[in-house]
Write a protein of this length. Structure first.
Length: 88
């Protein structure tokens, strides 16, 4: 999935020494790039989301397995266990 967000540029002229750009993602949770006033890249920080991604996939599989069991047993309606799995 790709979500784009447009933000209006402020009319204020850049007065600082440095500025930063932030990219939010799934695999790389945050990528932060710092530039000087001449737009020369100074430093990049990458905050990976590997552990968060692994946990998300673990619970996603658990939920899918339980939904499959419910479907095979012909269960219709709400399930307390399924709700609790989603809360984790």
């Amino acid at each position: 999935m790709h979500i784009s967000v447009e933000v209006e540029k402020p009319e204020k002229v850049f007065e600082g020494k440095n500025y930063a750009s932030i990219d939010l993602g799934v695999r790389n949770l945050i990528v932060l790039a710092i530039y000087d006033k001449d737009k020369k890249l100074i430093r990049v920080y990458q905050f990976k989301s590997r552990e968060l991604w692994k946990e998300y996939k673990y619970w996603d599989r658990k939920i899918a397995e339980y939904q499959s069991k419910l479907s095979k047993s012909g269960h219709k309606g709400k399930s307390v266990k399924l709700r609790k799995l989603y809360e984790k």
